[in-house]
Write a protein that binds this ligand. Structure first.
Ligand SMILES: NC(=O)c1ccc[n+]([C@@H]2O[C@H](COP(=O)([O-])OP(=O)(O)OC[C@H]3O[C@@H](n4cnc5c(N)ncnc54)[C@H](OP(=O)(O)O)[C@@H]3O)[C@@H](O)[C@H]2O)c1
Length: 326
C-alpha cells in the first residue's frame, strides 16, 4: 500500500499539537481522485480547525487547499485524467500532506500559466473575494467600500479587484509597513486601526455619508466599529474571526445604528456546485489574466514547519499568502 506524510493533531490546541506522521493512503472510491501535492495553501480557517473554534473529530489532518498532479482517478470521473495539474480548496480536511484523496468534482484544472504554488496562494482567497464582492454585495463603479485586514491574503486580492471594479477602497491595516503595501496596491484610503478610529476616518472620508458595505474578516475586535462605518440600511459582511468570534450580539443595536443588515457567510453556500465553482474560478482567473489582480509571491514553509506558519499567521506578522511545500 502507498504511503503519505501528513500533519495531524490528536487534540485541539496550539500549534504544538501539529505532528508530522506517516499514514497509508486509502483506496480510491468512485468519483474520487488522488492528488500528489506540489504546494499547499495555508488559510486562517486552518487555525480555527486546529484551535477548536471550529470542532473536528480527532485525530484529524488539517488544511483544505492544495495543488499538484493527479496520480489516480476513480470510476466515473470524466473531467480530469492522470497527469493533469489541478487545485482544490474545499477539502476534504487533510491537505497539509504529500497526498490527498478528493472528490473529483471539486478539482479545478489549472491553466498552464499558473503554477501549483501560485494556485494555492490565491484559489481559496480569490474565490472568497469573488463571492464577497461579486455575489453577496456586487460592488459598483463609484461606490466607496471598506475592507478590513487589507494587507492579508484575502485583503490584497480584494483591494485590487475592488479597484478594477471602479470602487473607492478604504483598507484597514495593523502597521505602517502594511499601510505602504496596500497603498501600492491601489488602496485609496488606509486606516491603521491600531492607532486610528475607523468610524471617525470613514466619516471624514465620506463627508459624513458613511458606507453602503463593510467587509470584515477580523471579527470580535472590529465588529462594532464596522457597524459604525455603515450608513442607514448598510450591509455588514462578517466573514471571519481572525481576532476571535463575534458573539453575544444584541440585535437592537442594528436598529439604533441605522436598520443595518448583517450577514455571516461561508464559501460553501455561495459556491455550492461544480457549475458555481467553474463560474467563480473563471471570473477570478479572468481578473488575473487581465492584469487587474497580481498575486504576490507567497511566503514558503516546508510541510514539516506548518506549526511555524500558524504561529506567524496568527501573530499578524505576515502579509499576503503563506504556502507549505511538501
Ligand atoms: N467566510 C469565508 O468564506 C472565508 C473564506 C476565506 C477566509 N475567510 C476569513 O478571511 C480572513 C482573512 O483570511 P486570510 O487567510 O487571508 O488571513 P490574513 O488576512 O492574511 O491574516 C489575518 C489578518 O487579520 C488581521 N488581524 C486583526 N486582528 C488580528 C488578531 N487579533 N489576530 C490575528 N490577526 C488579526 C491581521 O492583519 P493586520 O495586522 O493588518 O490587522 C492579520 O494579518 C480570516 O478571518 C478568514 O477566516 C473567510
Amino acid at each position: 500500500m502507498s504511503k503519505m506524510t501528513r500533519i495531524e493533531i490528536n487534540a485541539h490546541g496550539g500549534p504544538e499539537q501539529m505532528q508530522l506522521v506517516e499514514r497509508d493512503l486509502p483506496e480510491l472510491k468512485p468519483g474520487q481522485i488522488l492528488v500528489r501535492h506540489e504546494a499547499i495553501g495555508v488559510n486562517f480557517i486552518d487555525t480555527y480547525h486546529r484551535s477548536g473554534l471550529y470542532q473536528l473529530p480527532m485525530p484529524t489532518g488539517l488544511g483544505g487547499e492544495a495543488a499538484g498532479l493527479v496520480e489516480a482517478v476513480g470510476d466515473g470521473v470524466a473531467h480530469v485524467k492522470v497527469g493533469d495539474r489541478v487545485a482544490y480548496c474545499s477539502g476534504p480536511i487533510g491537505s497539509y500532506a504529500t497526498h490527498n484523496i478528493i472528490d473529483g468534482a471539486t478539482a479545478v484544472l489549472l491553466p498552464t500559466s499558473i503554477t501549483a504554488k501560485q494556485a494555492v496562494s490565491c484559489l481559496l482567497k480569490g474565490l472568497t473575494v469573488q463571492y464577497l464582492i461579486r455575489q453577496i454585495y456586487p460592488v459598483q463603479q463609484g461606490e466607496t467600500v471598506l475592507f478590513h485586514a487589507a494587507a492579508g491574503g484575502v485583503g490584497q486580492i480584494a483591494v485590487q479587484w475592488l479597484k478594477a471594479l471602479g470602487a473607492t477602497v478604504i483598507g484597514t491595516v495593523g502597521s505602517e509597513e502594511k499601510a505602504d503595501l496596500v497603498k501600492a496596491l491601489g488602496c485609496d484610503h488606509v486606516i491603521n486601526y491600531r492607532t486610528e478610529s475607523a468610524p471617525e476616518r470613514v466619516k471624514a472620508i465620506t463627508d459624513g455619508a458613511k458606507l453602503p458595505v463593510v467587509f470584515d474578516g477580523v471579527g470580535k475586535d472590529t465588529f462594532e466599529d464596522s457597524l459604525d462605518c455603515l450608513r442607514p440600511r448598510g450591509l455588514m459582511v462578517s466573514f471571519g474571526n481572525a481576532s476571535g468570534a463575534v458573539d453575544g450580539v444584541n440585535l437592537g443595536i442594528l436598529a439604533s445604528k441605522g436598520s443595518l443588515m448583517v450577514t455571516r457567510p461561508t464559501l460553501g453556500h455561495f459556491i455550492p456546485t461544480r457549475a458555481a465553482l467553474e463560474a467563480a474560478s473563471n471570473d477570478f482567473f479572468a481578473a488575473i489574466a487581465s492584469g487587474a489582480i497580481k498575486i504576490a509571491d507567497p511566503t514558503e514553509y516546508a510541510l514539516a514547519d506548518a506549526a511555524k506558519a500558524h504561529i506567524d499567521l496568527q501573530s499578524r506578522k505576515t502579509t499576503g499568502s503563506l504556502v507549505l511545500i511538501p
